[in-house]
Design a binder for this molecule. Structure first.
Ligand SMILES: *[C@@H]1O[C@H](CO)[C@@H](O)[C@H](O)[C@H]1NC(C)=O
Ligand SMILES: *[C@@H]1O[C@H](CO)[C@@H](O)[C@H](O)[C@H]1NC(C)=O
Ligand SMILES: *[C@@H]1O[C@H](CO)[C@@H](O)[C@H](O)[C@H]1NC(C)=O
Length: 556
């Protein structure tokens, strides 16, 4: 077995101060998918959650929860904010959720967020009953030793009464509008905001990029009392529901470049308000009725009224864009550090001029449709200067970025199938195809201002051995596989092979093996984390086998 230093590796030199890195030979490593040893992992100061609509998954099984939680954990999410809507089915679903989080091999926490569209502010007993069965679970998120509780609305509920009912102090961080009276809520520890799309507060469409004005309003109100802030982040908003669903909603809030813009805002706020900005809540994990989700579509309700504009519009590539931002958020950096060349794209299926009223279920163009640019959006995550090329039908256009980083680019949208390529200096080319052809006709006969996302990395481009390679010649496949996040197995797109799997009989006698081991070191004021990514390529029968990652942290 040969160890190769891959050519295209971003050398990670961020350091808060000079570091002395222990010899890796005698570091006890933690294998992929297992919790780091607890004695060496200081409690992270900052957390990233995703808003999970429990009432949307009434038919979820234990396996569904296991899958969602493992996926979220693998993308750097620390836990779910469980939005409960008071349906009887919530209880069974919460039990599955806690079981899945408890058995997740990474640390994954849950907290409850009653939705006061359904709960009553005059009934603290009902909220106490909801919390009672779960706040002592080991997977329940505690902050400063107290079970953390959030909400959707509910200003006026008596939290002190709820704490008395439970016989426990809670860490109370609800979503209330920013106001002095909200901040003065008895028992309050922090506030959460839902203002993460331009115009969200009035549902009036506004043609401007999101600013941090609303965040700063909260932060400044909270500052005198030393209270914390949970900031919202969302990739998109489009809802197009006919009145028959009981939720007549038909508007698109301007979201073209929101995802990257917003994450950068979070990093900026984090530097300015590091004592207060402790939590992020991604809105949402699974609200496919508002196109704000980042998980794969799992719509299970029959009366959603959204299938035709959401089912095929996978948003999960947005998650592949957030990991560097999450790392930077946690370590207090002002910019994401890119260790892996990657393209993430998102685009609508239809030019905005398409008229669908005669076949559309709502029958009207959504408010806000004019604001959406007829563009295909690309975020280029680069370790060096790069050229990004988008081909739509027969039209090809390129843009150059001249430094490493995350670059959000817009390419003119036209009719045809879509493909993407990135050539980064000194690195292997990356390419991928959009899953849906752009059309000037109505997709499934409806107005669709949702987006489809997709992603490609160098790992993907080498996921199949070249045809000439039948295992008898020796060749080397190099790619920018270095990452401080777990790398998915390109052969299956999921999971990370454990060392046990690598040595299992199916993989024990590959015709040829190339291994790359890359080491990345990240540091914060409190800890140093070294990640080793080992990729084993065994050709031709076994395809890519990812050697998993190992990580070790110790105080700096
Ligand atoms: C780690 O190994 C190096 C040499 O291999 C040795 O000098 C050092 O003392 C070891 N450290 C620990 C903590 O065992
Ligand atoms: C939002 O920001 C993007 C990127 O800077 C810019 O291209 C776009 O024009 C802005 N949109 C509006 C409405 O100002
Ligand atoms: C494998 O490739 C080599 C070189 O191209 C060729 O000589 C050999 O016959 C091939 N073997 C098989 C089993 O196809």
């Amino acid at each position: 077995m040969k160890f190769i230093r891959v050519l295209c590796v971003a050398v990670i030199t961020l350091s808060v101060r000079a570091l002395s890195i222990p010899d890796t030979a005698n570091i006890s490593v933690v294998e992929a998918g297992q919790s780091p040893s607890t004695e060496s992992e200081p409690e992270s100061e900052r957390f990233v959650f995703a808003h999970f609509m429990v009432g949307f998954v009434n038919s979820y099984t234990q396996e569904d929860w296991n899958r969602d939680i493992n996926l979220a954990a693998s993308k750097g999410i620390d836990g779910f904010a469980l939005n409960c809507d008071g349906q009887e089915t919530n209880n069974q679903q919460l039990q599955y959720a806690f079981k899945a989080a408890t058995s997740c091999s990474k640390s994954f926490k849950l907290f409850i967020s009653p939705d006061f569209v359904h709960y009553s502010i005059s009934d603290p007993q009902q909220v106490s009953d909801l919390l009672k069965s779960f706040i002592s679970e080991s997977a329940y998120f505690n902050y400063q030793g107290k079970p953390f509780v959030s909400s959707f609305w509910g200003e006026g509920i008596d939290w002190i009464k709820i704490e008395e009912n439970l016989g426990k102090d809670l860490y109370i961080c609800p979503y209330y509008y920013a106001s002095q009276s909200a901040v003065e809520t008895p028992g309050l520890d922090g506030l959460f905001s839902w203002y993460t799309w331009p115009g969200q507060d009035t549902d009036e469409v506004v043609y401007q990029n999101l600013t941090t004005n609303s965040d700063e309003e909260y932060l400044n109100l909270l500052a005198p009392g030393g209270k914390t802030y949970m900031a919202p982040v969302s990739p998109w908003f489009y809802s197009h529901l006919p009145a028959s669903t009981g939720y007549a909603k038909n508007y698109h809030l301007y979201s073209d470049t929101l995802w990257t813009t917003r994450w950068q805002q979070i990093l900026d706020l984090n530097i300015k308000y590091s004592n207060q900005l402790k939590f992020i809540e991604i809105i949402t994990w699974n609200d496919w009725t508002e196109s704000s989700l980042i998980s794969p579509y799992r719509g299970t309700l029959t009366n959603d009224g959204n299938k035709e504009w959401s089912e095929e519009f996978d948003h999960s590539a947005f998650m592949d864009l957030m990991y560097p931002f999450i790392s930077a958020f946690k370590s207090g950096q002002s910019k994401p550090q890119i260790n892996e060349n990657r393209l993430v794209w998102w685009y609508r299926p239809t030019l905005k001029s398409a008229e669908c009223s005669s076949t559309d279920s709502v029958g009207e163009k959504p408010r806000g449709w004019e604001m959406a640019a007829d563009s295909v959006f690309v975020a280029a995550l680069t370790t060096a200067p790069a050229t990004i090329t988008v081909k739509i039908g027969d039209t090809t256009s390129s843009q150059i970025v001249d430094e490493a980083g995350v670059h959000t680019l817009a390419f003119p949208m036209s009719v045809g199938s879509v493909s993407f390529q990135m050539d980064t200096d000194g690195c292997q080319s990356i390419s991928g195809n959009g899953a849906i052809e752009i059309s000037d006709q109505c997709y499934h006969g409806v107005y669709n201002f949702n987006v489809l996302s997709g992603t490609a990395t160098a790992g993907d481009s080498t996921s199949n051995p070249p045809e000439s390679d039948n295992g008898t010649t020796s060749s080397t496949y190099t790619s920018s596989m270095t990452s401080s996040s777990p790398i998915s197995n390109p052969a299956t797109g999921t999971g990370v092979l454990s060392p046990a799997e690598l040595t299992s009989s199916a993989n024990s006698a590959p015709s040829k093996v190339e291994t790359t081991i890359d080491t990345s070191v990240t540091s914060t004021a409190n800890e140093v984390t070294t990640s080793y990514v080992g990729s084993i390529y065994s050709a031709p029968t076994n395809g890519w086998r990812n050697g998993g990652w190992r990580t070790h942290s110790w105080p700096s």
